[in-house]
Ligand binder design. Structure first.
Ligand code: PEP
Ligand code: MG
Length: 574
């Protein structure tokens, strides 16, 4: 038995057998070709490129593919037929006398290396796309099956060096439920897709291929990010029991779907879902939630080869809002900028991107891009109930600028005779201390507010939310955070405006009773936590609310910790 620890991309447990997905690069001939072989190798290269182009186009015609999958295929098609790359390939075969396969491997490796050296998360995540295309060409040239279009047995776990976005979607379509890879990062395109498609997965396991062989028994514990290789009988039965309990709990949780979200003493709490990809819609519908409390639309932008235009966005928003009607869909306008940048939008590099042109600032600085999104949202608003929410708002003046732009688009649509919901609600995220401190003015100006604790904690405590080294300072129940949350609650109560929390804090069991005790009445949680959150809410009772009557959450951290502990009976049983 050996265990390896990596990064859990999507949590869950899986017990099964390993199936290694070979990388064709190991089989590339290293010999140089003679002059007489040059034409044959060029012809083989052309045949492979033409074949794959047809194959990509054939997949693209498949209407069952999601927009995200189609977009990835289009990106790959563009890489495959990139004239600069083709020129370089021909040169490498003709002048350096490489075989076609070796030329592909060499040229693409150089491109990947250049991307990696850019020290930019976006370009680093594109490496997977280039490697994917390169492997497909080499696979075709050497007649090795690298595609993973293979009927996966229900107990098989894919083991790879690195997983590409196309491998994720192809394998999931062919029945794969879990995978582990040597490299990978949590924010890559492949990881985003894995989460959306529900694959139990761990990446960044450097020793993976040294120890795992075909058909070895594995336990993928993606709750802890641990892979157990050849577990002993005791571990196997321990995990089999855990898995059975998890499946039983899942089945039981699904049965609870229809329960009302109401506390034991009869207070109705609104419970919404956060969503990143349109592909999550079916799963979200099954939860019978109160609606979507946060749609992070910037995911429509990331890792694309073309900007999502008005029609495409309209299509996504209108499908979503029609499917959920009459429940609300809260569309957060692009929170681009900072670390979430598209290579398609030329921008200046910033020394401190989290304090730079991000969220609403970025959108206001790119009016054409912003207007396109607002037009698409407004047009979709006739199909149900849309609420527009702006990210990274600092105060009411900032909000008004965004609101003015919405009004301008409404005017344009009026002139064109295009329908929209004239009463569409406009709200602001509270994720910057200045917004919370001026919540009074914001509550008077906006139709609703939603607290983004992920950033609010980061900015209030000056603690990078992604930096493990300072995670001890990332204290969500810090008295300063409580002061800001209370300020928002008071402001919204005074002006009769809706308030929710959509940051991760709302999805963490131990904070749920605490937030309700503070006076929060609407939460937006990630889909995995939805039913658990509902059950916690249903356990909250009069005694809990009474205990908050004399409790001051702004006093001290220790005080809040003691309170959280004393509320364990509400969240620990879930
Ligand atoms: C937040 O900051 O809490 C939030 C919900 O926004 P994001 O996590 O997308 O920054
Ligand atoms: Mg945020």
């Amino acid at each position: 038995m050996t265990s390896l620890t990596g990064l859990a991309v999507h949590s869950g447990l899986f017990i099964g057998r390993a199936k290694l997905i070979q990388s064709p690069s190991a089989q590339i001939p290293s010999r140089r070709i003679s002059t007489t072989e040059v034409n044959t190798e060029i012809a083989a290269l052309q045949e492979s490129l033409n074949f794959l182009e047809k194959e990509f186009n054939h997949y693209l015609d498949n209407s069952a593919l999601s927009e995200t999958e189609k977009d990835i295929l289009q990106t790959h098609l563009m890489i495959l037929r990139d004239p600069e790359i083709e020129k370089e390939l021909l040169y490498t075969i003709e002048s350096m006398h490489f075989t076609a396969a070796a030329a592909v491997s060499s040229v693409y490796s150089k491109i990947c290396q250049q991307f990696k050296e850019m020290d930019n998360d976006f370009f680093a995540s594109r490496v997977g796309d280039y490697r994917d295309v390169s492997q497909r060409i080499v696979g075709r040239l050497l007649n090795i099956s690298t595609t993973v279009e293979y009927k996966w047995d229900s107990d098989q776990i894919a083991i790879l060096d690195e997983i590409s976005p196309s491998q994720v979607s192809t394998m999931a379509r062919c029945g794969l439920k879990a995978y582990c890879s040597v490299s990978g990062s949590l924010n890559s395109h492949a990881s985003i897709l894995s989460r959306a498609l529900g694959l139990v997965s761990i990446v960044s396991l450097p020793k993976l291929l040294d120890i795992v062989q075909d058909d070895d028994i594995l336990i993928v514990d993606a709750h802890r990010g641990t892979l157990i290789h050849k577990p002993d009988p005791a571990q196997l039965s321990h995990y089999a029991a855990l898995l059975a309990a998890e499946q039983k709990k899942q089945a039981w949780l699904e049965e609870q779907t229809g329960l009302e979200t109401v506390t034991a003493d009869g207070r109705r709490i609104e419970l919404y879902v956060n969503i990143e990809l349109p592909e999550e819609l079916d799963r979200v519908l099954k939860l019978e939630s109160d609606g979507i409390g946060l749609f992070r639309t910037e995911f429509l932008y990331l890792d694309r080869n073309s900007l999502p235009q008005e029609e495409e966005q309209f299509d996504v928003y209108s499908k979503m809002v029609s499917a959920l009607a009459p429940k609300p869909v809260t569309i957060r306008t692009f929170d681009l900028g900072g670390d979430k940048l598209s290579h398609l939008i030329p921008t200046k590099e910033e020394l401190n991107p989290y304090l730079g042109s991000r969220g609403i600032r970025f959108s206001l600085s790119q009016p054409e891009l912003f207007k396109t999104q607002l037009r698409a949202i407004l047009r979709a608003s006739v199909f149900g109930r849309i609420r527009i929410m702006f990210p990274m708002i600092i105060d009411a003046e900032d909000f008004k600028q965004a609101r003015d732009l919405v009004k301008q688009i409404m005017q344009d649509l009026d002139n064109e005779g295009i329908a929209y919901d004239p009463c569409i609600e406009l709200g602001s995220m509270i994720e910057i201390p200045s917004a919370a401190l001026t919540a009074d003015q914001l509550a008077q100006t906006c139709d609703f507010l939603s607290i983004g604790t992920n950033d609010l904690v980061q900015y209030t405590l000056a603690t990078d939310r992604n930096n493990d080294a300072v995670s001890a300072y990332y204290i969500q129940h810090h008295p300063a955070i409580m002061m800001l949350i209370k300020r928002c609650i008071d402001a919204c109560n005074t002006y009769g405006k809706a308030l929710s929390i959509c940051g991760e804090m709302a999805s963490i069991p131990r904070f749920i009773p605490f937030l309700l005790g503070l006076g929060i009445r609407a939460l937006s949680v990630n889909p995995h936590s939805y039913i658990d959150s509902k059950l916690i809410i249903r356990r909250c009772d009069q005694e809990l609310f009474d205990s908050f009557e004399s409790f001051d959450p702004t006093l001290s951290q220790a005080n809040n910790e003691a309170m959280l502990k004393s509320l364990a009976r509400y969240y620990e049983r879930s």
